[in-house]
Design a protein around this ligand. Structure first.
Ligand SMILES: Nc1nc2c(ncn2[C@@H]2O[C@H](COP(=O)(O)OP(=O)(O)OP(=O)(O)O)[C@@H](O)[C@H]2O)c(=O)[nH]1
Length: 411
């Protein structure tokens, strides 16, 4: 994709829906569109108590959308709801633009974020299941796939074939998923043995995860990051204040009112958190539903088997909070990730939490054992390292994970 795609967002407001809830859902759609590399050039809303069965909104509103698309040169219209196959087709014919609904947008984001084999398969499965009922007589529609938001993903070449082929592919994916799940445990065990410390940032979309991720990794040199960038654009290297090197990953954000059909796909994109050593839970503390959101994240982490990992909760957007804000969870910090001093506080606090969990050690390493020294530097947090000329070696003081194999080398 070259550049950003110009997008118009469309939302229906049910007169019974709370104003605050409607606004936050719309803000979320905007943030999701930006995550998918869309440029929102206009938002059109309509109060309407029932959807039109054939066209979702009324004739007049569709005319308005068409005119707005011409005026703003928008290429894509995204609806903040799930549309039936018929509605999608009819709206697209009327407004003469590509049309996506909220589920398709979310699937597109999952597709670009899924990293594990299982994640990719789950997202492809959800995409195909979503597409299947929408395929009837859709030859022309299909030929439009192949570029832009809503068309990405592991399945995109397959989508150009017929329904029978898609059904076969769905069966095939289900079989493969079964065997991938079995292999996963063994693979994880092998990976654990010789790898760098991993921090995963989790939280709702718009909480400030990417802002934090970009700020704390920007000082690392390009070359260093390049290695990881080629492997995975959302994992980079960073340094904690003691100099301890960690890898940090930005995960796909949680979404309010995730359609049930997409839950499995979302969970699998988050699978990687189970491979992390530390969870940084970012909360938009200014969001009206932040308590509920926090609980939802914790529940899913538990279900995925990551509930016991060391975790720091970061209540973000301090600048938008009332002074009497009280954090729900400890250990936690209330910050603004726009503030450099707060960024440093977060990094310091990560080390404080780790020190509480880790084993404090002192070890002497002769200068001739360079490889061993390197291993301590890589896998432990070194607080001090002094060279003793008379003894020809280094005295190290630091902290190490209680289960790390190197711990056996410490008396
Ligand atoms: N006022 C205020 N805005 C913030 C703060 N931190 C982040 N933001 C804004 O919140 C918006 C979302 O931030 P992101 O970093 O993109 O959030 P995210 O969690 O990565 O969102 P997704 O990528 O959608 O999952 C951006 O417009 C940020 O500038 C903060 O401390 N205060």
């Amino acid at each position: 994709m070259q550049g950003k795609e110009r997008v118009i967002l469309v939302a229906r407001k049910d007169p019974n829906e709370e104003e605050k809830r409607f606004n936050s859902s719309l803000e979320e759609l905007q943030s999701l569109t930006e995550t998918a590399d869309g440029d929102v050039c206009k938002v059109i809303t309509q109060k309407r108590d029932r959807v039109h069965p054939a066209t979702y909104l009324g004739e007049g509103k569709l005319e308005e959308i068409k005119a707005a698309a011409l005026e703003t040169e928008a290429e894509l219209i995204i609806f903040n709801d799930e549309l039936t196959p018929g509605q999608l087709r009819n709206i697209s014919d009327k407004v003469e633009r590509r049309v996506l609904d909220r589920s398709q947008l979310i699937l597109d984001i999952f597709a670009s974020r899924a990293r594990t084999k299982e994640g990719k398969l789950q997202v492809e499965l959800a995409q195909l299941q979503y597409l299947l009922p929408r395929l009837a007589g859709q030859g022309a529609e299909l030929s439009r796939l192949g570029g832009g938001i809503g068309t990405r993903g592991p399945g995109e070449t397959k989508l150009e074939t017929d329904r029978r082929h898609i059904r076969r592919r769905i069966d095939d994916i289900k079989k493969r998923l079964n065997s991938v799940v079995k292999q996963r445990e063994q693979y994880r065990q092998r990976r654990k043995e010789n790898r760098a410390f991993q921090i995963a940032i989790v939280g709702y979309t718009n909480a400030g995860k990417s802002t934090f991720f970009n700020r704390v990794t920007e000082s690392d040199s390009y070359e260093e990051n390049l290695l990881f960038a080629t492997l995975d654009p959302l994992t980079r290297q960073m340094s904690l204040p003691s100099g301890f090197q960690a890898l940090i990953s930005d995960t796909v954000g949680f979404i309010q009112d995730l359609p049930t059909t997409l839950i499995a796909a979302f969970r699998s994109t988050l699978e990687e958190v189970t491979e992390a050593d530390f969870i940084l839970h970012m909360v938009d503390a200014s969001h009206p539903d932040h308590l509920q959101q926090e609980k939802t994240v914790l529940r899913l982490l538990d279900e995925l088997g990551a509930g016991q990992l060391p975790m720091l909760t970061v209540y973000n957007k301090k600048d938008l909070l009332r002074e009497d804000f009280i954090p729900e969870t400890y250990p936690s910090l209330t910050v603004s990730v726009h503030d450099r001093i707060d960024l440093k506080r977060i990094l310091d606090k990560i080390e404080v939490v780790l020190k509480e969990e880790w084993h404090e050690y002192d070890v002497f390493i002769p200068a001739s054992e360079g490889k061993r020294l390197q291993q301590f530097k890589k896998f432990s947090m070194i607080i001090s390292m002094d060279f003793y000329e008379d003894k020809e070696g280094y005295a190290l003081h630091g902290f190490i994970h209680p289960d790390h194999p190197l711990k056996h080398q410490i008396l």
